[in-house]
Design a protein around this ligand. Sequence first.
Ligand SMILES: [Zn+2]
Length: 497
Amino acid sequence: MSLVANTIYGENYATVPLRHHWEQNGEQRFVRYQWRYKSRWNELQVNAGVHPKPIEVNSAEEFFTEHYWGYTKRGARTSEYEVLHPRWMIYPVLQHSIDVDFEALYGSGFASLATRTPESILLAEGSEVEVRSGESIAAASRDTCCGYTNKMARKQGKQDSEIDVIDWLRKLPKCELHLHLEGTILPETLLELSRRHDAEPLTPEAAKNLYIYENFLGFLDSFKAVSARLKGPDDYELITYNMIRDLAGQGVVHAEVYISFGIIYYWKQVEVEPYVEAVERGRVRGERDFGTTVYWLIDAVRHFGAEEAAKVFRKAAELRAVYPSIVGIGIGGDEARGSADLFRDSYAEARAAGLRLTAHAGETTGPESIWAAINIGAERVGHALSARTDGELLDVLAAKQIPLELNVTSNIRTGCCKSFDEHPVKMYFESGLMVTINSDDPPMFGSNLLEEYVLVQERFEFSLEQMRELAANSVEASFLPPERKLELLRRVEQYGW
Ligand SMILES: [Zn+2]
């Protein structure tokens, strides 16, 4: 932590030896925190209550709700660890003792702290600790981190092998952050659209066959055949409602869904307002009936050019005033024919209009496309496959914790990634990147978010605790307001034990 504080934030922290210890005894929790400074052990001891309350948004305590890093040293051995998304809880103080040389540590202005009575303590309880190198903290000493000890206790309750994993993953609260509305049409919905529009409606068999293809061109043909039956605003209402029903069935509590205004403008040659009204009708009904909330991200097509994107983003900003569920924008389409640099001004304008910024990048081209996306201010990156070839980029993505919207099955089915073995999802996760799992165009790829979670867990051997971490990442990386994030993070944290 001191390294980060000193180098990145320019502060002046000393690295000191630490000792932590806590134990619970009936209705009291004993916590001791010691650190040595200039050959003197400073010490805080607290007897606290056992009924915590969560940190309130914008409270002074919220200052603490960041990542932190540290290391343990035993003899010559040093282990580094990171506490992932600490879930701080506030406990009331019953008794305390302070033996701290505040003056030596912080200067004479802080001397009076020794006589103050603290009202509460914060514990990062139940938080994940990732060992980045060296031995586990539990192996080093029990006197290290409260969160880790707590997690170990929970782990002993039930082994992963005793759990029905698919059911566990289905009920795990999670967010879907990379999903295209036009790519969510299930064969059953396609049948309904066909009955509306085709002189000779598709048979169920024919509808299913439209989803079967061999390669990327086949995928595009399938996508076009399905989209061609998406004609009027009412169709958009139908697919939105059905999408939310399907998401809720997979345990998705919130989704951020791309709508391609670019395609409505240029394929349909019509104004978008009636379509937005229609998807909003579908959203409101779907949220009411199934409980899964939806935000919209308005997508422009890279290869239609910067001017068209600016038009799309301005329309998004204008409609946001009417429909606050429109929260952000993005660019998709052909990366090779539309470098992110071209969209710098329109991204700045969108940001100034209060829109959040995402970008598909590094799906079909190299890491330079991801650099370009970050450099124009993208807050989340879709796919980011090619980051794996650029160590410096991986470092930046990890340091800045820029969320990556990964889509494993999509990458395999489109051929952007040749095999599961080559997919970087586990490598990214283990390198400390902010990984989220998503489904892109699920029925087109014969998948959905739940199946992506199952796939990742099985094929890449993520533990259930790591799956929980991925679900927590999806909440943190969402554009939800902080209070809803905290509520969902608590649900993720308390789930299933
Ligand atoms: Zn996509």
